[in-house]
Write a protein that binds this ligand. Structure first.
Ligand code: SAJ
Length: 417
């Protein structure tokens, strides 16, 4: 089977090489020269376990070919970003999806399967993609097979989850679902669940919304505990001993290209009904300001130096999209000297750990990379002017005798009395 994958980002590339390593002949298309040139030289710029190795192997054995332009194939997979519109509603912006669909139109022939993997607002496949192909003379379910099969893999575990998660296959017709399932049969060990496109679209959006709403509950609990002078991390630990309770961990906000975006797609489509979802978004987007407010209390002198640990939107990855860390830094940088350290995200603005921490008045932890867990607190305290660490991810354990004071959401109130 020949497959053309359009979009070689965090989802498209792993999907393309997964197909290529399971017997398909894959051409991977991206409009970025940087992405294509790197891939041709067998270099992967995305940090994800095993991705570099498997990509290199597929490029070398010819099963995966990076290209700037699409080619004829039995199946086409669209995996491009779907940001939100910069309007009040944050509705789903289909620009990249429609451009990708347009780019494959000249290569489509009778009998081809076309799959949209990008997360989209409910009804988008039927209302936007189907008419585009029908205008070109291809009736979905008869001439071509069109389906929405949302990706559901967790960054940091992408290759494992691609293979083992169940997969929702939402065809425009049942025949479309069956044809799309054939593609995923090549590598998915989980169950392939056939449904229609609109159910698949909303299922995907609500999965991320479910997580976002639950995180909002914990973020709100952190604020409540702070007000009532109760350790919120203890409360979460206790409540989670109930067999049917599983509270999430409060944090400096919700980042990434998924949880921070997809809930808006539902809100924009069901404006008056989606009240809880909207409120959860507001609570989560308020967290960077909450962190800022407390940093200002801990460090009233605005000329102080802050060492920020972690720029990525979550631990052990290099992705900074919608990162709460970037938002917190944005709020503090005009009044404080900010130095940044991130072992996964390296750019012109980051420094070494020692450069960041030396003479700092505060270490502000905004991301839970595993490298941070093994830091020597005594060494950090010796480098600092004032040995205080504010752990907004609540994952540092105090090291006895280190001299480093650790503040987290659990004990924040004790230090600000
Ligand atoms: N976070 C918290 N508290 C927690 C857990 C997470 O504040 O207890 C924060 C993280 O720090 C991060 C954000 O939430 O900023 C999102 O991280 P995540 O690990 O929850 O999820 P993503 O965005 O990396 O991946 C999600 C996954 N969705 C679900 O688990 C329902 C993944 O399976 C999806 O494929 C992915 O979105 C996607 O692409 O849609």
């Amino acid at each position: 089977m020949t497959v053309c994958v359009v979009g070689l980002g965090y989802i498209g590339l792993p999907t393309a090489v997964m197909l290529a390593s399971h017997g398909c002949e894959v051409v991977g298309v991206d409009k970025s020269d940087f992405v294509i040139e790197n891939l041709r030289q067998e270099t992967v710029v995305i940090e994800e376990p095993e991705l570099a190795e498997i990509t290199k192997e597929c490029v070398m054995n010819g099963s995966f070919r990076p290209s700037k332009t699409p080619e004829e194939a039995d199946a086409f997979i669209i995996a491009v970003p779907t940001p939100y519109h910069n309007d009040k509603e944050h509705s789903c912006d289909l620009t990249y999806v429609l451009q990708a669909a347009e780019s494959i139109l000249p290569y489509i022939k009778q009998g081809d399967t076309i799959i949209l993997e990008s997360t989209v607002a409910p009804r988008s496949t039927k209302e936007y993609l189907q008419p585009m192909f029908e205008k070109a003379g291809f009736e979905a379910g008869k001439d071509i097979y069109l389906a929405h099969c949302p990706e559901r893999v967790l960054p940091g575990r992408i290759l494992y989850e691609l293979e083992h998660n169940d997969r929702i296959i939402g065809g425009i017709t049942l025949e479309c679902s069956k044809k799309a399932a054939k593609i995923y049969e090549t590598f998915v060990k989980g169950e392939l669940i056939l449904t229609n496109a609109r159910t698949a679209e909303l299922s995907k959006c609500i999965e991320n919304t479910y997580r976002d709403v639950n995180i909002a509950l914990s973020n709100e609990l952190a604020k409540i505990c702070n007000e009532l002078k109760i350790d919120c991390m203890d409360v979460i630990r206790m409540a989670n001993r109930h067999p049917r309770v599983n509270l999430m961990t409060p944090a400096p906000g919700v980042g990434g290209h998924c949880l921070a975006i997809d809930p808006y797609f539902i809100c924009a489509k069901a404006k008056t009904t989606s009240k809880l979802i909207r409120l959860a978004r507001d609570i989560n987007t308020s967290m960077p300001e909450y962190v800022e407010k407390h940093v200002r209390k801990i460090l009233p002198n605005q000329n102080s130096k802050i060492a920020v640990l972690g720029l990525a939107y979550k631990g052990d990855i290099d992705d900074i999209r919608e990162s709460p860390s970037i938002k917190v830094i944005g709020r503090l940088k005009k009044d404080y000297t900010i130095m940044m350290y991130d072992p996964h995200v390296r750019n012109q603005s980051t420094t070494t750990l020692e450069e960041a921490v030396r003479n700092a008045d505060l270490i502000l932890v905004l991301c839970d990379h595993k490298e941070f867990r093994t830091l020597n607190h005594k060494q950090l305290a010796e480098w600092m002017k004032q040995p205080i660490l504010f752990d907004t991810k609540n994952f540092f354990d105090a090291q006895e005798g280190s001299g480093l004071t650790i503040i987290n959401y659990g004990n924040l109130y004790q230090y600000l009395d």
